[in-house]
Design a protein around this ligand. Structure first.
Ligand code: ATP
Ligand code: 5RP
Length: 288
């Protein structure tokens, strides 16, 4: 953790909504006048799409899938967080998805990486969104560098519906290919992704209010007004629950450390809960 160079990380599985959450943060940083170094977790994948396809052809896709720590440069992610927390700089790159139109227009090949480069100097904070922002394993401890660690964790059926919908509509995959990917990653989902949610400061968990019992036949993603959001805080003592219950319509306290709110209030809740935390991190920089 660094008072001088704070790091905020949003961690979650593929299709969970970390990019969507990242957009809420981007708007928040802009309105606070903060220059954030924005880093995507996909850029720490170890292999290009072509290399991944070759591994799959050799039957190694199960072991070398994007969730597995071994298929990612977790060492470089840890270096980035370590370096940033000490110096306010570090090395990063970007992964080019098919729908990253700006990167593709600049001549980058979908499924490849941009070159490693230094972050822009003099940023207010580092923001990471991706798969591994809260990893703690025998070899790595990413979570120790993160000043505000947020988990984005829909109920798993909803996560799969979101992933299938996004990958078939925006990334050109067949439904069968997406389901195959979900299956290939299952072991690492359990061992490398899920444990991170025990290290987070806050988890946002979207829960559908419509039938998602067979996620593989659902055609539409349940909307925000067809869902609730469960918000769990690691340290309830720091949260002003009476205030949140008052200003978020139809919210309830389901446990002493857990709020349940209508899905439509997700952006409002993130604003009310996270903005003061961001402001506090920035204020502390002055005294560091
Ligand atoms: N709160 C939400 N309400 C409705 N749809 C959502 C919500 N959050 C995410 N989605 C939908 O889920 C899909 C996946 O979201 P997103 O792209 O943010 O996931 P991700 O975690 O960044 O995935 P990846 O890491 O694979 O890029 C998107 O199509 C998005 O529209
Ligand atoms: O797991 C993922 C993101 O968390 C993606 O599947 C991974 O980044 C590969 O992307 P693409 O399908 O565009 O090559």
């Amino acid at each position: 953790m660094s008072k001088r160079h704070p790091i905020i990380a949003v961690t979650g599985s593929s299709g969970a909504g970390t990019s969507t959450t990242g957009r809420i943060f981007r708007r928040m940083f802009e309105s606070e006048g903060l220059s954030a170094a924005m880093v995507g977790g996909d850029s720490f994948h170890r292999y290009t799409r072509e290399q991944m396809q070759r591994l799959a052809a050799k039957g190694q896709f199960g072991a070398r899938n994007h969730f597995a720590l071994g298929a990612n440069h977790i060492d470089r992610l840890e270096s980035l967080f370590y370096d940033y927390s000490l110096t306010g700089n570090g090395r990063y790159r970007q992964y080019v998805h098919d729908d990253d139109f700006a990167l593709v227009a600049e001549g980058n090949k979908p499924g490849s990486f941009t070159p490693w480069q230094d972050l822009s100097p003099n940023t207010s904070l580092l923001f990471y969104e991706g798969l591994h922002g809260g990893v703690v394993s025998d070899a790595f401890n990413i979570a120790q560098y993160v000043d505000l660690l947020i988990g984005v964790v829909p109920i798993v059926n909803l996560e799969w519906i979101q992933k299938i919908h996004r990958d078939t509509h925006n990334r050109g995959y067949s439904q069968e290919a997406v389901v195959e990917t979900i299956l290939n990653r299952m072991n690492d989902y359990v061992h490398d992704i899920v444990p991170q949610f025990s290290h987070t400061h806050i988890n946002f968990q979207r829960v559908p209010l419509v039938d998602t019992s067979n996620p593989f036949v659902v055609r539409d993603v349940p909307t925000e007004d067809e869902s609730m959001l469960v918000i769990h805080f690691r340290d309830a003592r720091e949260v002003d629950f009476p205030y949140l219950l008052q200003v978020i319509p139809n919210s309830v306290l389901s446990r002493h450390d857990t709020l349940a709110i209508p899905g439509t209030k997700m952006s409002l809740a993130m604003e009310l809960i996270v903005r003061p935390m961001v402001q506090r991190l920035i204020a502390q920089k002055t005294f560091a």
